[in-house]
Design a protein around this ligand. Structure first.
Ligand code: CMP
Length: 146
């Protein structure tokens, strides 16, 4: 069955790797069913990452995510959540370079904060974050999947 995930190309990568990452997404067999370039407000970034609000790096994370445009994507594929996470590689690019050298974070990320891309951790988060960013798109995806 087809699955959806929310992918984000973060501000660090928008500054020079956007086209290459979009090329990898397409080569990876994902369908981009929705896409939106946006500069997050602080309120939106805080809400988007609310699961992390107690973390010591939360305010840095919010600053970083608001620094410039992000590209928000809904990716559709069989097993999309896991496949996109594999394509991103581990959160920390140092670890990614050791264990997943072909991954996007291994190739493009600067450090554990400015790590190039985001992807939902499971299907429930995917549904929540897609709704948060794109609103109610369930009707459109039905049309696309017919
Ligand atoms: P992401 O997968 O989008 O989810 C949470 C984000 O917080 C993560 O990518 C990084 O951008 C950031 N992050 C995670 N761990 C750390 C850390 N130890 N220090 C700074 N930023 C972090």
């Amino acid at each position: 069955p087809q699955e959806q995930t929310l992918a984000v190309i973060k501000p660090d990568a928008m500054e020079g790797h956007k086209e290459e990452i979009l090329g990898e997404i397409s080569k990876g067999g994902f369908t981009i069913s929705h896409l939106k370039e946006t500069v997050l407000t602080r309120e939106m970034a805080e809400e988007f990452y609310r699961e992390h609000r107690e973390k010591p790096f939360f305010s840095q994370l919010v600053d970083f995510m608001c620094r410039g445009p992000c590209l928000m994507l809904v990716l559709t594929k069989e097993n999309a959540v896991e496949e996109w996470r594999a394509m991103m590689g581990p959160t920390d690019p140092e670890k990614a370079r050791e264990t997943a050298p072909q991954s996007l974070r291994a190739r493009f990320a600067k450090d554990v904060l400015e790590n190039t891309v985001h992807g939902s951790s499971d299907q429930q988060h995917a549904a929540e974050k897609i709704h948060f960013i794109f609103g109610d798109i369930s009707a459109d995806s039905d049309v696309l999947n017919e």
